[in-house]
Structures are given as structure tokens and as C-alpha cells.
Design a protein around this ligand. Structure first.
Ligand code: FES
Length: 536
């Protein structure tokens, strides 16, 4: 099979392609590998954006549109339009301007960072979230983190939540392949960006660890995703081991002997991201009762009672991630991440990531907004805005362009209701009361920006002493990093798997009642619960 040797930002990838089919342009072949070139003309040779430089090999003669679109200089330098040129055998080419469909932004480091030289072995840790992907590059020799970036999960074009994506994959093999490709391309892109920022190359990457919820792992591996739509399968183990890692090694341009470890989930509804979080927070490190809540589109909860690790997850929707809201944005530059009330005049002070013009509210900002609106009685605990805000929403910013509406609060309540139900149910199963908790670890969508007092007041987290609440920006990624660089990580993970007790909330008879109880914007019930008591 002939190969395209493709250089992007000093990194090289080999792409085998079906020879003898000259209907496929270079762009078609690159697209199929998830390497997208910019295009404004739909691939008819008019925009000139898909420019590539042919280093070696032959392709079809210049098309009429190339002769008019390319400049004399570009023609002399051996440039071609990838949408027009079709390869006629082995070729080497360099991409002059790769498209950047996912905007990657800086991921702040929690600890020490370092660098690496060309002779060092590199590792990549990936937290493949439903909404966001986070990636960090490590020097495996010194076990030091070099850099980290984050971006939105490009699979979102198939739907914001896992169920929509699973349904799309089940309905069409083509869509399933595309979902897998979108995720794997994002990993490859993250690898290329991270190494090139430090003058390194992807071939130095020797190990990659990926943690994710089960749906993300199954979609990436391209197997068993259809099972996840059947409730009775959720409690069973799901094999998400890829059939072959060769294609990824090639597409990502990593070392040919690079290890790619998709950290396997515990079951259909408990992914390796939760296990990684338990690992990095050392939740089971003592006999003290400890709770971990990983808020997200799919929120996951783990409760350690000193002997057993009770685990579950609930699909609450993307409101915690700022998605699906009329005023919502992800936790990125321009997001209102914190809001404080100003007492007597009812005005609010907004804090915006990057200090720039506010674009919308992310999850932690929404928690503060709801708590503030409750305190000034612009919102009631049932979740309805008072007049005059009921119809047009409550304006947050000076220009009144960012408004909290009933619909936004409703979505937040549904996510909170599901997560609260999971917390209360696990406590009941373990025979514990909130007061028994010695640690409450919070991670996920809110990062470390959550105001714990506000979160407790509206019942998002247990109503406990703020001293025992620990905020983690991304415990799943931190756990993934432990698995990447620590020799004992895998053993600790195996031990956690043995202690786990799976609770399938969709089969819990009390779930509906607990869900309704926890919709209300009040502190979580100390023990037991009933709708009546919440309405009092
Ligand atoms: S995509 Fe426009 S010229 Fe190739």
C-alpha cells in the first residue's frame, strides 16, 4: 500500500492509502485521517487555503483551477492544492497551514513544571471529558510535567451529552467511525501542539495514558458503545481495549513502540476518570469516610466508608459545564467564574477569566449567581425567578446582554437533582450520615473555582464544615498522570477496583423521589429526605 509522508510543524506522520483510486485527492486522504486543512471553497480549488508543499513523489498534473489560483512563486516552489492533487504512489509533503478546529488554551499547572531535552522520553496524559479534553506532556525521565493544554471535545458536534453521541454511533457505523476519529485526532493534535511548543518532537512520546468515562472510552476504541444504551448492561464490565494501536501510533506520529493505555472503566456507568480521581485524591488513604464528586455532563460520585468504595454516576446534562444554557460558556477566557453580592444595593460583582469582556457564565459562576439571586430574593428555592425577571431573565452584566433565565436555572436544577440523588443514595447504602464525612473532595466542571459556601447553600454538595471540603481542578487528569509516571500506580488502581461496589442509580427504586428532593435550591438533607420536607 502506498504511503503519504506528511510533515506538520516539524512532526512527521505516515499515512498508508488505497493506491489505484485516483478519485481521492490529498485532502480527502488527510481528512480521513483527521488532519483537516483550511478550506473556504468546499474543495473546488478556488480559495487556495489547502496549500501543501510536495517534497517528493508524483501526483496528477496541475488542474485548471490550480493554474489560476496558485501564484507563479508557489508553482515554482512545488506547491499544490491538496483538494486538487491526487497522489500516484509514495509521496512526501508538508502542510503549510493546518486547520485548527479545536482552539487549545493553557492548562494551569498545580505543581512544579520542568522541561525536556531531545534525548528525554516523553509521556502524554489525557483526560478525555465529554465536554473538554485536557492534555499534559511529561518528561518521563525526570517525572516532571512540562506543559498542559485544554480544548472542547470536538465530538460535541454530535451532541453535548454521551447518550446522544452513543445513539448516533449506534445508528450509523460512519458516525461511530467519525466520533472515534474526532477524539483520536484531538489527542494527536494535543500531542503535536505540546511538543512543538517546547521544540520537541512527537516521536519522543513513549507512553500515553487516557482516562475517560466509559462512553468516551468505548467511542474512542470503536467498540461496545451500543451496549451502553442498554440499562441492564451498565453494571457489567465493558471492554474498551482498542483492537490495534498501530493506526494511532502512526496518526499521532509517536514512537513506534509507544505504549497507549486506555485506562479501562469499572463498568458501563463508571469510567476510569472516576477511578483516577479516587487515586489522585487518595480517597481511600485512611479509614475516615470520604466523598468524591466529579461534576460534569455525566457526574460521577465515589464514597469511601473505610472498607468499601461505593461508586455511581448520573447523566445530569451539560449545565455544570456551562453548556446548553442561554448565557453559558465553558470555563475559558471571558467566562464569569465567580460572582459576589454587594449587600444592600443588590448589585453583583463579576469576576471574568482573563479579566476581559464577559462572554457568559461558566458552571462555578452559575452556582454563585443562583446563590446570590436567592439571597436577594430574585429567585425562590423552587427555582423560579421573581418578577420582573421571570420573562426576560436577570441581567448580570452592565449591558444586560448576559441574563440568567428560568430555563438556565431549570437545567442546572436537573443536573443538581441527579447528582444530589446519587450522593444521598450512596450515603444511605453505606449507612452513613453527612456528619460522618471527614473529607469532601470536589472536582470536574467547576475546577477549583467553586465557592463551597454557595454550593452547600443550594444543595450542590453536602452541608459540611468548609474545612473538610477539598477542591481539585482536575483529579481525573491528576490520576491519569499518576498512572503515566508512577511505578505503583497500576497496582493501586487494581486495589481500588477490588474495593469498588457499583450502584446503578437507574435501577434504584428511590431515585425518582431523591431526584425531586434534590431539585430544590436548599442544602442537602442531613439524612433521609422527602419532597414534603423540602417544600416546607
Ligand atoms: S480547499 Fe479551497 S482551494 Fe483547496
Amino acid at each position: 500500500m502506498p504511503e503519504l509522508k506528511v510533515s506538520i510543524d516539524q512532526n512527521e506522520q505516515c499515512i498508508p492509502y488505497e493506491g489505484g483510486d485516483i478519485s481521492r485527492s490529498l485532502k480527502d486522504i488527510l481528512d480521513a485521517e483527521g488532519i483537516t486543512l483550511p478550506s473556504d471553497c468546499g474543495g473546488v480549488g478556488k480559495c487556495g487555503l489547502c496549500l501543501v508543499h510536495i517534497e517528493a513523489g508524483e501526483c496528477t498534473p496541475l488542474s485548471a483551477s490550480e493554474k489560476t489560483t496558485l501564484s507563479g512563486d508557489e508553482l515554482n516552489r512545488g506547491c499544490r492544492l491538496a483538494c486538487q492533487a491526487k497522489p500516484l504512489g509514495d509521496m512526501s509533503l508538508s502542510i503549510l497551514k493546518a486547520d485548527n478546529p479545536a482552539a487549545w488554551s493553557e492548562l494551569e499547572a498545580d505543581g512544579v513544571t520542568g522541561n525536556a531535552s531531545a534525548s528525554n522520553k516523553l509521556g502524554l496524559a489525557i483526560d478525555l471529558g465529554t465536554t473538554q479534553i485536557r492534555a499534559t506532556l511529561w518528561n518521563l525521565d525526570s517525572k516532571v510535567r512540562i506543559d498542559g493544554i485544554t480544548s472542547l471535545n470536538p465530538q460535541a458536534k454530535f451532541g453535548a451529552d454521551v447518550l446522544t453521541r452513543l445513539a448516533a454511533a449506534k445508528a450509523s457505523k460512519l458516525d461511530a467511525d467519525q466520533l472515534s476519529l474526532l477524539a483520536s485526532s484531538a489527542v494527536g493534535e494535543a500531542a503535536r501542539i505540546l511538543v512543538s511548543r517546547h521544540g520537541l518532537v512527537t516521536t519522543a512520546i513513549r507512553s500515553i495514558s487516557v482516562v475517560a468515562n466509559t462512553a468516551m472510552l468505548a467511542l474512542l476504541a470503536g467498540k461496545h458503545y451500543e451496549n451502553l444504551l442498554e440499562i441492564e448492561q451498565w453494571q457489567k464490565p465493558v471492554d474498551c481495549v482498542p483492537e490495534s494501536i498501530y493506526a494511532w501510533q502512526q496518526a499521532w506520529g509517536v514512537a513506534t513502540d509507544a505504549q497507549i493505555n486506555l485506562v479501562q472503566p469499572l463498568a458501563g456507568f463508571v469510567g476510569s476518570d472516576l477511578l483516577a480521581g479516587v487515586l489522585s485524591t487518595n480517597l481511600t488513604g485512611s479509614e475516615d469516610a470520604a466523598l468524591l464528586v466529579d461534576f460534569g455532563t455525566n457526574s460521577e460520585v465515589a464514597l469511601w466508608d473505610g472498607q468499601s468504595l461505593w461508586v455511581t454516576s448520573v447523566p445530569g446534562g451539560p449545565a455544570f459545564e456551562g453548556s446548553g444554557l442561554s448565557c453559558g460558556v465553558p470555563m475559558m477566557e471571558g467566562a464569569i467564574y465567580k460572582i459576589s453580592g454587594h449587600g444592600a444595593d443588590d448589585s453583583l460583582e463579576l469576576y471574568v477569566i482573563g479579566g476581559a469582556q464577559a462572554k457568559g457564565v461558566c458552571g462555578s459562576g452559575l452556582v454563585d449567581a443562583i446563590a446570590c439571586l436567592l439571597s436577594i430574593k430574585a429567585l425562590n428555592p423552587i427555582g423560579r425567578l421573581a418578577e420582573p425577571y421571570a420573562k426576560a431573565g436577570f441581567p448580570l452584566d452592565e449591558t444586560s446582554s448576559i441574563r440568567i433565565r428560568n430555563h438556565d436555572i431549570d437545567l442546572f436544577q436537573r443536573a443538581k437533582g441527579a447528582t444530589g440523588a446519587a450522593i444521598v443514595y450512596l450515603l444511605e447504602q453505606a449507612g452513613l450520615k453527612q456528619a460522618a464525612l471527614k473529607r469532601v473532595c470536589v472536582t470536574g466542571a467547576f475546577g477549583s473555582g467553586l465557592d463551597c459556601r454557595n454550593a452547600s447553600q443550594i444543595g450542590l454538595i453536602p452541608d459540611v464544615d468548609s474545612e473538610i471540603i477539598e477542591l481539585y481542578s482536575d483529579s481525573a487528569l491528576a490520576g491519569c498522570e499518576v498512572l503515566l509516571v508512577s511505578a505503583g500506580g497500576q497496582q493501586r488502581l487494581s486495589s481500588l477496583r477490588e474495593k469498588a461496589r457499583l450502584i446503578n442509580m437507574s435501577l434504584a427504586p428511590e431515585f425518582d423521589m431523591l431526584f425531586v428532593d434534590n431539585l430544590f435550591l436548599k442544602p442537602l438533607p442531613k439524612s433521609g429526605s422527602s419532597t414534603t420536607s423540602m417544600l416546607e
